[in-house]
Structures are given as C-alpha cells and as structure tokens.
Ligand binder design. Structure first.
Ligand code: URA
Length: 201
C-alpha cells in the first residue's frame, strides 16, 4: 500500500491544473491494493469533493448496489476517477485537465496491475476506446496489453435516465464470468512493479 499511499499524498497536494484552485479535497481513490478489478469514473462531484472519497453521492450509492448484485464490495475493488479534483459545477473535465491528471491514473494502474478495468462513462472509456459511442461499445471487452477493459455507462446516467439502469445491471452481471475466464487463463498474481519503474510524469 505504501506507494499507493504516497501517490495519494502527492495527489492531495497537487496544483498541476486549475481544478486545484476550486477543489475542497482532491480525491485520489479508494479500495484495496490487491485487486483484480479497478473501476474508473469521470471526476469527483460535490460530495466526493467534500469528503475526499470517490463515489459517495447518489451515483456512488447506485454503484454500491450494482457491486452488491454480484456479491462484491468496495473492499474488493479500487475505485478512482480520470480527474482527481471536482470541476466547478460538475462541468465536464477539459482535455488539459485530463492530461494534467493522466500521470496519476497511469501510476495507479501500474501499481495495482488489475486484470480488468471497468470504465464508467465516456471519459474513462477513452483509455481503451476512441471515436466510438458508449451506446455501441458498453459491455464489450477489449484487451490492451495485460488489461481487459470493460466499458459501462456511468451510474449517474441511470439517475437521469432510468432506462440506462437496465444496461448497467446487465453489464455488471457479466463481470464475474469475465473475471473467472481471466483467472483460468492467467497463472497468478504478478510480482509488484519496483517503484523505480514507475513513470510519474
Ligand atoms: N461521478 C464520478 O465520475 N466520480 C465520482 O467519484 C462521483 C461521481
């Protein structure tokens, strides 16, 4: 946990972009350091900014319900966002803000080395899928290097448009089967990456 913790400290003190000037708390991420699955959202909202913890508002409640539907809890995953500070009025994160924050996300992925990354919404989907609509690719897997990416709608979308909830529930339900297929094909956990190999910008 040490490197993840020191990375979180760095994130909390970050002033790389304008979002640092309007945030209350940066939100590095939360969960276990030995996970097979990482979930990546868009950006902290009001409650996350207040508490410094990801997905603690209404969208987070739905995320917890969806995880519970496959007998998973936050302790079995690591949850973070593309940008670690709240954009004012919950506007979309801007390209330069995403770029400024990218090194933190890359470092978290390198440290955690998850087998599977679930992207929540169209911003984190860009990590593996570009130029396509989330409506087309949600629920489809794509391998990039050692990691299987799995795009899902953002839970907040289902709060605004209840019809998305069915897609979220269906896509979530497939995760255990996908994870067990990965377990079958992968010999076991990989050794941790020595800190010297980490690329932090
Ligand atoms: N929406 C996100 O994308 N992330 C959060 O942490 C909360 C809401």
């Amino acid at each position: 946990m040490y490197e993840l913790d020191s990375l979180a400290t760095q994130i909390r003190q970050c002033s790389r972009c304008r979002l640092s000037r309007t945030r209350t708390h940066a939100v590095p991420g939360s969960g276990s350091d030995t996970v097979r699955i990482m979930l990546i959202g868009e950006a902290p909202g009001f409650h996350e900014d207040q508490q410094g913890i990801p997905f603690v508002g209404a969208a987070g409640n739905l995320l917890d319900t969806l995880l519970a539907s496959i007998n998973m809890s936050r302790e079995q995953v690591f949850v973070t966002n593309v940008v670690k500070c709240r954009p004012p009025d919950n506007r979309d994160p801007q390209p330069d803000e995403i770029e400024s924050c990218r090194g933190y996300l890359d470092a978290q992925i390198e440290l955690l080395r998850p087998q599977m990354i679930v992207t929540l919404g169209r911003f984190s989907m860009q990590l593996a899928f570009r130029g396509v609509s989330i409506t087309k690719v949600h629920g489809q897997t794509k391998r990039v290097g050692d990691i299987l990416y799995y795009p899902m709608f953002h839970p907040a979308a289902a709060l605004h448009q209840p019809s998305y909830r069915t897609f979220l529930e269906q896509d979530m339900r497939r995760i255990p089967e996908i994870l067990s297929s990965l377990q079958d094909s992968e010999p076991g956990p990989k050794p941790p990456v020595p800190p010297a190999q980490l690329t932090l910008f």
